[in-house]
Design a protein around this ligand. Structure first.
Ligand code: UT7
Length: 310
């Protein structure tokens, strides 16, 4: 089959109903709304989610938003760090729940999973797969020690999905890159049956550096500069990381998608949650340059530059 480019069509999200505010956390932990807001930008988060359920709902909404039916999807690709179980793959539960006739597999690259998934979906499309339903879904609340204030104030649950479909010519994905450094495993981890732990300061430092390098490389590879970017959609881990990266890249915050105040860090879901918000607010027009960039445990990082097609 001939190689094809991709276009991103349709977007949908799902978050649990239960809202946990900074005030709620301050009632049980030695923290405060002032500290959390100032150090992270987070005001509230959603908790109590189940990865497959959120992924099914977000996936259905993305298919509907694209004006398609589940039968039009060939592959379900689920980026997640918090599968429902080790076996079976959560994507199979999602495939059955939505009623997609095709294949399904999970991908774990921690918080950069969605960007890895977008590029993997483009690869599938290029070898003739047909449409891929790409979902980023995580229930970090399930692997969080709610007595550990360092982690508890940061995390939230959610899911976001897009349909990635074949396009004429080279399509909308202009450039991409992946990075990983497994020697940094200790900075952010969760062993089987355990809770998330993190060296916050080191993750912060490293995150700003890799995000900037990765984003600049994606721009350079496609022959653009930061001035050409219409919208930056970064992983939402900490508002100060986003601000530091924007500053170093030279992209003003007005051209950056931020939803961390409402959702906290939702890992694989954070980029599609931010993208969906930007789309619904009319912040993305046909022809815009949209730069997605993420980092996470591993450490891993990834960027993808899109010329928005629809
Ligand atoms: O998806 C990727 C995953 N994670 C990240 O990207 C997170 C990266 N790191 C961060 O976002 C930040 O490092 C944190 C938000 C985790 C911490 O912010 P910080 O500005 O690096 O604070 P800190 O660790 O330097 O702590 C400053 C102070 C300390 O008190 P002292 O020693 O100055 O008296 C901490 O004990 O704040 C204290 N502290 C808190 N106070 C209230 C630490 N956590 C809290 C808390 N509430 N939750």
């Amino acid at each position: 089959m001939s190689a094809r480019g991709i276009t991103v069509r349709g977007c949908g999200i799902s978050v649990p109903d239960k809202v946990l505010t900074n005030e709620d956390l301050s009632a049980t932990l030695d923290t405060s709304d002032a500290w959390i807001t100032e150090r992270t930008g987070i005001k509230e988060r959603r908790v109590g989610g189940i990865t497959s359920q959120m992924a099914i709902e977000a996936g259905r909404r993305a298919i509907q938003d694209a004006g398609l039916e589940p039968a039009d999807i060939a592959v379900v690709l689920l980026a997640t760090t918090t599968p429902d179980a080790l076996v079976p793959a959560t994507s199979a539960t999602v495939q059955a729940g939505i009623g997609v006739p095709g294949g399904a597999f999970d991908l774990n690259a921690a918080c950069s999973g969605f960007v890895h998934g977008l590029v993997a979906a483009a690869g599938l499309v290029a070898v003739g797969s047909g449409r891929v339903l790409l979902i980023g879904a995580d229930a970090l609340s399930r692997i969080t020690d709610w007595d550990n204030r360092t982690m508890a104030v940061l995390v939230g649950d959610g899911a976001g999905a897009v349909v990635v479909e074949p396009a004429e010519g080279t399509g909308d994905l202009l450039s991409w890159n992946f990075g990983a450094d497994g020697t940094l495993r200790h900075l952010l981890k969760c062993d089987h049956g355990g809770y998330l732990t993190m060296d916050g300061k080191e993750v912060f430092r490293k995150a700003v550096r890799v995000v900037v390098e990765s984003a600049e490389r994606a721009l350079a590879d496609a022959g653009f500069t930061a001035a050409d970017v219409s919208l930056l959609v970064p992983h939402q881990a900490n508002l100060r990381i986003i601000q530091a990266a924007c500053h170093r890249l030279g992209i003003p915050e007005e051209r950056t998608a931020v939803v961390i105040d409402r959702y906290g860090n939702t890992s694989s879901a954070s980029i599609p949650l931010a993208l969906d918000d930007a789309l619904r607010s009319g912040r993305v027009s046909t022809g815009d340059l949209v730069l997605l960039t993420g980092f996470g445990g591993g450490m891993t990082w990834a960027s993808a530059l899109l010329r928005w097609g629809r």
